[in-house]
Design a protein around this ligand. Structure first.
Ligand SMILES: N[C@@H](CCC(=O)N[C@@H](CS)C(=O)NCC(=O)O)C(=O)O
Length: 224
C-alpha cells in the first residue's frame, strides 16, 4: 500500500485533521500520522515549505507524488484514489453537489464560528473581540437550528449513507456542544451528534484526542 502521511497539529487545534482521520479509519486506509508543532519555528518552517498557508491537515501521497491540503479535499482525494467500503461522495453529480453543500455548511457556518469563540479564549488578555464572538454565537444558534430541522428525519447528513458531510459535522458539532451545549435545545442535532460519536471511526478519533482534551479552553481564565 502506498505511503501516505497525514500532517496534523497538536490535537487542541487540529479539529479539521480529525475529519481526515475519520475517513482514513472508516476504510482502514494505511497512513503515517505526522504531528507538526507550529510553536517550533524549525518544524513550522518545514511544514510551510509543503503548504505555505500553514494550516492542518495536509496529506502527502508519496506513491502519486501529490500534496493535498484542505480536509474536505483530502477526503475527496482519498475517495477517488484509495476508495474503500465507505464512499464519501455519491457518484451521482447532483447528490455529490448536495453533499458538498452540506460539507460547506458545517465548515463555514458551524466550524468557523465555533473556532471564533474558542480562538478568542486563546487570545492575550485585552486583545479579545467581544463583538465578533457575539456575532459568532448568533451564527452558531442559526446554524444549529437549521441542522436540527434538517436532521429531524435523517440518519446521516445525506440520508442513509455516511459521507464527507458527516465527517465535517463531527468537530463542528462536538466542539459547538462544548461551548454552547445544545442537547436540550436542539434535540435532533444532539441525537445526530450522538449517532456520529457512536460510529467506530469517530469514537476512535475522539478517544485518541482525549489526552489533549484538557488543552481545550473550556472557559476564559477569570483574569482574562
Ligand atoms: N479549511 C481548512 C481549515 C484548516 C484549519 O483551520 N486548521 C486549523 C486547525 S483546525 C489550523 O491549522 N490551525 C493552526 C493555525 O491556524 O495556526 C481545512 O478544512 O483543512
Amino acid at each position: 500500500m502506498p505511503r501516505r502521511r497525514n500532517h496534523g497539529g497538536p490535537s487542541e487545534r487540529s479539529d479539521r485533521a480529525c475529519l481526515v482521520l475519520i475517513a482514513l479509519y472508516e476504510n482502514g486506509t494505511p497512513f503515517e500520522p505526522h504531528i507538526v508543532d507550529l510553536g517550533n519555528a524549525a518544524a513550522a518552517g518545514e511544514f510551510k515549505k509543503l503548504w505555505p498557508i500553514g494550516k492542518f491537515p495536509v496529506l502527502r501521497d508519496e506513491a502519486r507524488d501529490r500534496m493535498v491540503p484542505e480536509s474536505s479535499i483530502i477526503i475527496e482525494y482519498l475517495d477517488q484514489h484509495y476508495p474503500g467500503k465507505t464512499r464519501f461522495l455519491p457518484a451521482d453529480p447532483d447528490l455529490a453537489r448536495q453533499t458538498r453543500m452540506r460539507d460547506r455548511f458545517f465548515d463555514l457556518y458551524l466550524q468557523l464560528p465555533m473556532q471564533k469563540v474558542v480562538g478568542d479564549r486563546l487570545r492575550p488578555p485585552g486583545k479579545g473581540d467581544a463583538f465578533g464572538v457575539e456575532q459568532a454565537k448568533v451564527q452558531l444558534q442559526t446554524a444549529l437550528g437549521m441542522v436540527d430541522g434538517d436532521m429531524a428525519t435523517k440518519t446521516w447528513a445525506m440520508g442513509e449513507s455516511f459521507g464527507t458531510a458527516d465527517c465535517a459535522a463531527v468537530p463542528a458539532l462536538y466542539y459547538a456542544n462544548l461551548i454552547t451545549p445544545f442537547t436540550s435545545t436542539y434535540k435532533h442535532a444532539a441525537a445526530y451528534l450522538d449517532r456520529l460519536m457512536g460510529r467506530p471511526s469517530v469514537a476512535r478519533t475522539l478517544k485518541e484526542a482525549e489526552p489533549y482534551r484538557h488543552l481545550f479552553p473550556q472557559e476564559r481564565m477569570p483574569q482574562d
